[in-house]
Write a protein that binds this ligand. Sequence first.
Ligand SMILES: *Cc1c(COP(=O)(O)O)cnc(C)c1O
Length: 225
Amino acid sequence: MSTDIARNVEIVRERIARACERAGRSSESVILIAVSKTVEVARIQQAIAAGVEHFGENYYQEAREKIQSISAPVCWHFIGHLQKNKARGVVPLFEWIHTVDDEELAWEIHRRAQAVGKRQRVLIEVNIAREPQKYGVLPEELWSLVERVVSMPHLQLEGLMGMAPLVEEAEQARPYFAALRRLFEQLPPEHRVHLSMGMTQDFEVAIEEGATMVRLGTAIFGPRA
Ligand SMILES: *Cc1c(COP(=O)(O)O)cnc(C)c1O
């Protein structure tokens, strides 16, 4: 992966388009989220100049400084683990929060969204591979959380997010993405909008399995320090 961000964006867009073609989908059905954790503002600006409109950040403090210094009208996605005490800062800055995984956190985001007069778009994170070191609800706990989240008027549930385990070959991630898609398909239609899955190692397989948002860091910005 080169350090030429514009070139990387072009390559990634082509790969997304080809994966969509294989899946019989339009390439407009996939949102490219450039994951800019640890990436400095100047390089984010290069991605913006290359046409990227969605960015993902994992850490509130780091994100706040960067978002405040970028005036371009881009859309920010919070994709890291969210601690309850950071919800107050995160809600006004981010269009989407991908990582709702328990009821208390959902209530806190709801409370902060209400305070700023916003309906916060959220996804529920599912720990699809049941990895003990990862966040996310277990599949069997998903439906009770969905029920709670859709009852909160200042949250707008738009779908699910998940990660495949680290695998040697992208193809090995397929069963996890397929499992997440099956859960997604059971959501009520108005909440079945976005399926956030696929990273640099496996995004083409994720698209073939129905991802509508892919989160790519390394493929766009190169390896992180
Ligand atoms: C860092 C990160 C990514 C991007 O990872 P790459 O392998 O660099 O594409 C995607 N999603 C989440 C939740 C991340 O933390």
